[in-house]
Design a protein around this ligand. Structure first.
Ligand SMILES: [Zn+2]
Length: 283
């Protein structure tokens, strides 16, 4: 079994992840010295909890077309927990050259949104080839997200914003640029589908929305929940906590919910009681 994630003999320091993290232990790495791109799955053994041993890598087969397409996305280095992207065109002979390029890219990309970082570096012109490996489905979704415009249904963007892999960051940036976020959140918070309501809560939390427009539907929904059997009561509690003093208008609904779960749900009861206490003595 190979003990390297990429099938080349360049220094490990020349290996960078392409575009995004993948699910599980899979990764798409590019060697920025020789240009080789590999999709691998790290095989690990965990004899005791927390004691993870690397056994080696399985290289996942890709057709030439898929390797070219996936490998042509920018790759990234992590600097101070932030991603700094380099073009797939750039190859470097030494680690020092690579470090200098990363440093320059960090300065160039500072303050830019992800879309503005990726496009100048070069992204694939065409959508993904057929039979893209499952591990790379997020890449295909990111390609789609770069085509979003004002005709794109907001549901598509909200769904992407709430998935861990794929165009989560692009979706957040896209939503941040929309007008009337509070009004959109208010509509979602009253939807009959729980998923839509969860998207409404996402907007409130992510963009720190406040005011009657969003608080009224949140209060209305909490009134309707008999208990936390669907986890929605907890989600609303967590949102109200996040909203801080902006949410204290929901006090009557929280007090009523405390009564409803007092005998049936110890943890939910405790959480709501603590929230109320926090509102009574802020700070
Ligand atoms: Zn190499």
């Amino acid at each position: 079994m190979p003990n390297r994630a990429v099938d080349c003999s360049c220094p490990e320091s020349m290996l960078l992840a392409v575009l995004d993290n993948l699910p599980g232990n899979q990764q798409l790495l590019a060697c920025v010295r020789c240009g080789h791109v590999e999709l691998s799955d790290a095989l690990v053994n965990e004899p005791h909890p927390g004691d993870v041993q690397l056994l080696g890598y399985a290289w996942i087969e890709m057709s030439e077309a898929i390797r070219d397409w996936a490998g042509s996305w920018p790759r990234f280095a992590m600097i101070a927990e932030k991603r700094v992207y380099l073009s797939a065109q750039c190859l470097f002979e030494t680690t020092a050259e690579l470090s200098a390029a990363i440093e320059k890219a960090e300065a160039d990309q500072s303050g830019l949104e992800l879309r503005e970082r990726l496009l100048p570096l070069g992204v694939p012109m065409a959508p993904s080839p057929e039979s893209l490996p499952e591990a790379l489905s997020g890449f295909s979704e990111i390609w789609d997200a770069l085509q979003w415009d004002d005709q794109t249904p907001i549901e598509v963007v909200l769904a992407a914003a709430n998935r861990f892999h794929g165009p989560r960051r692009l979706a957040r940036n896209f939503l941040a640029g929309l007008p009337d976020l509070s009004a959109r959140a208010a509509v979602l918070l009253q939807d009959s589908e729980e998923e839509a309501r969860s998207w409404g809560r996402y907007l409130v939390k992510e963009f720190a929305l406040s005011g009657e427009a969003v608080l009224t539907p949140i209060r209305g929904r909490l009134r309707q929940l008999a208990d936390n059997s669907t986890s929605e009561m907890y989600e609303i509690y967590a949102l109200l906590r996040e909203m801080g003093s902006e949410a204290t208008g929901a006090r009557p609904e929280v007090e009523a919910a405390i009564e409803r779960v007092a005998k049936s749900d110890y943890y939910m009861h405790q959480d709501l009681v603590k929230l109320l206490a926090k509102w009574q003595s802020p700070g």
